[in-house]
Design a protein around this ligand. Structure first.
Ligand code: Z5A
Length: 211
């Protein structure tokens, strides 16, 4: 059986990932492709518990290495229990954030060397990498303004704008290094234009993979 495709979506606060996940899922399912939609940190019972620890305010001031290791602990569980089995059965997997978020947030944001993250990536993922990653990019101030209209900020959302500037640059650096895998979508535009851009990216990908 052909392995399913692994697709991830990334971006800073308020980029519109949640909104656009549905557009992607609808397009994929319209082609009759079985799809697993999931997210990180999370995606399993244990992963969702770790998510609560990571995003909640009980452990404000958590050491950067602890944060990094918890992200990868959740990821190990997610890959072994859900992502890899789904791909092996030919399902496509659409994941709201994955290891690029670790390079952007813990790497660029918290200043953990990329080489250290790469060791964990290799250990936990083996050869598994996303085939397509969509980075929704927009100015930090605009993203924070959109996100600010929502509920109480989580532990990451409580960071300063300078942190999110580094995260944004982290994502753009990854996109520059891996243009074949990473597609940057301008998320600063109105919702209709953004979703049209997203639809184009996924239609091209489905066409190339199935054609
Ligand atoms: N994290 C990490 O540090 N390391 C890792 O390895 C991983 C994660 C995997 C949880 O992520 C946190 O974990 C995340 C990074 C860290 N923290 N942060 N920041 P998350 O994905 O669950 O949290 P999030 O980034 O805050 O995602 P979100 O809350 O789901 O935001 P979003 O999906 O990008 O935005 P949205 O909810 O779709 O849209 C926000 C608002 O803007 C909403 O009112 C929309 O209606 C509006 N919106 C969206 N698009 C538009 C447009 N185009 N125009 C106008 N208004 C819009």
């Amino acid at each position: 059986m052909t392995q399913g495709a692994f697709i991830t979506i990334e971006g800073i606060e308020g980029a519109g990932k949640t909104t656009c996940m549905q557009v992607l899922a609808d397009r994929i399912e319209a082609h009759g492709i079985p799809l697993l939609q999931t997210r990180e940190p999370g995606g399993t019972a244990l992963g969702e518990d770790l998510r609560e620890l990571l995003l909640g305010h009980r452990h404000t001031g958590m050491a950067d290495d602890t944060e990094l290791l918890l992200m990868f602990a959740a990821r190990a569980e997610h890959i072994q229990r859900r992502i890899q089995p789904a791909l092996d059965q030919g399902q496509w997997v659409l994941c709201d954030r994955f290891t690029d978020a670790t390079y952007a947030y813990q790497g660029a944001g918290r200043d953990i060397p990329g080489e250290r993250i790469a060791i964990l990536e290799q250990w936990v993922q083996g050869a598994l990498r996303p085939e397509l990653t969509i980075v929704m990019d927009l100015p930090v101030a605009q993203g924070l303004e959109r996100a600010g209209k929502r509920s109480t900020p989580d532990r990451f959302e409580s960071e300063q704008a300078a942190f999110f500037e580094r995260v944004r640059q982290g994502y753009l650096d990854i996109a520059r290094r891996e243009p074949g895998r990473v597609q940057v979508v301008d998320a600063s535009r109105g919702l209709e234009e953004v979703t049209a851009g997203i639809a184009q990216v996924i239609d091209d990908f489905i066409g190339a993979r199935n054609g």
